[in-house]
Design a protein around this ligand. Structure first.
Ligand code: GLN
Length: 342
């Protein structure tokens, strides 16, 4: 059973089964606090899987591009770890949980580290600022080209989303200013906000997301280019940080429902998932739930994780306990019923 996932018939079956089930779901609303995102077609739905050998499985609108948004935070964190190291990241950003929205002003004020973690806007903008360079072009290129290396393709900037977000990101400017006042911001505010907004506006397909995720699944080595892009010493930290905060306030419930899959979402409607040693997954469906995660994306991710765990032999212990408990309860119930009727 263990190596069944290497057989593409099974992956194709799984992806089709999940897609056909979830495509009928209705729920969520496309993001509107960035006006350009409100124009996105809510019907877009795509799933892509890339296994550790680089095989690709696609279904739905997998050629349609959306803004990567907060999923970009994963790659900037990875770059920051590479350049600054673990200690600096722990000290200058930190990895605290947050129970408030991803761009909450009170959360910045009330959390003692202010930066909170690299996946909420506070910590993400500060992480981008950690990589600040006076030369704006090389600062921008470092952040954007890093994502292109993961995607193994020349990802393009979504100009209309970028301009729309630049006009409507006063909250992010406020967060950066507050961070600066707390000595938790490490570069020039205007340039950093500009580069952060660009990193969020890069256009990706579900297939791009799956390819990018597959690098982490394949122990940091790109399955297509065979180049090491993530130091193995940083992988655990990255995967654990995603578990703790990748889906914001939904992260803990997601952990239970997927039996511990690392994931990251973005308000463009994308979700990136990593199943170590097996595959990377990219899902795109723009309508969001109240936490800012793709509504269909969450349900797709849960089903896919459970199907893939069944295939690879990773047992969901919670389910096993429940099944045993249920069996015992049934037996007890039977005995009682028998007694009553005797
Ligand atoms: N660019 C968006 C912002 O800064 C990203 C938010 C998200 O995807 N959760 O608000």
């Amino acid at each position: 059973m263990k190596n069944l996932y290497k057989n593409n018939i099974y992956m194709n079956k799984i992806i089709r089964k999940v897609y056909n089930k979830i495509r009928k779901y209705k729920g969520g609303k496309v993001a509107s606090y960035i006006p350009e995102l409100a124009k996105v077609n809510p019907e877009i739905f795509a799933i892509s899987i890339v296994d550790c050998e680089g095989n690709i499985y696609n279904i739905g609108n997998y050629n349609t591009e959306v803004a990567i948004e907060s999923i970009s935070k994963l790659f900037t964190l990875t770059k920051a770890l590479e350049i600054k190291g673990k200690k600096q990241l722990m000290k200058k950003i930190g990895f605290k949980g947050s129970s408030l929205a991803f761009n909450s002003i009170p959360a910045e004020e009330l959390t003692d580290t202010h930066t909170i973690n690299p996946f909420v806007n506070q910590g993400a903008i500060a992480t981008t600022s950690l990589l600040y360079k006076k030369n704006k072009r090389s600062f921008t290129n470092m952040i954007l080209n890093n994502m292109r290396t993961f995607a193994n393709r020349n990802l393009k900037l979504g100009k209309s989303v970028y301009h729309s977000e630049l006009k409507s990101n006063l909250k992010n400017v406020a967060l950066a200013t507050l961070l600066k006042s707390h000595n938790r911001f490490y570069g020039n505010i205007n340039d950093t906000i500009d580069v952060y907004t660009k990193q969020c506006s890069m256009k990706v397909t579900s297939q791009d997301l799956a390819i990018m995720a597959s690098v982490y699944a394949n122990n940091g080595i790109h399955p297509q280019t065979k180049k090491r892009l993530v130091k193995s010493a940083h992988l655990d930290l990255i995967l654990q940080a995603m578990k703790a905060e990748g889906l914001y306030q939904y992260s803990d419930t997601w952990m239970i429902r997927t039996n511990g899959v690392s994931a990251k979402s973005g308000v463009g409607g994308g979700i990136l998932m990593i199943i170590p040693g097996v595959c990377g997954i990219g899902i795109v469906s723009p309508p969001l739930d109240k936490n800012g995660n793709s509504y269909k994306g969450i349900e797709t991710g849960v089903l896919l994780s459970n199907e893939i765990h069944k295939l690879t032999g990773k047992k969901n212990k919670d389910c096993l306990v429940n099944k045993t408990l249920k069996r015992k309860l049934k037996k007890k119930l039977k005995k009682k019923t028998l007694k009553i009727y005797k």
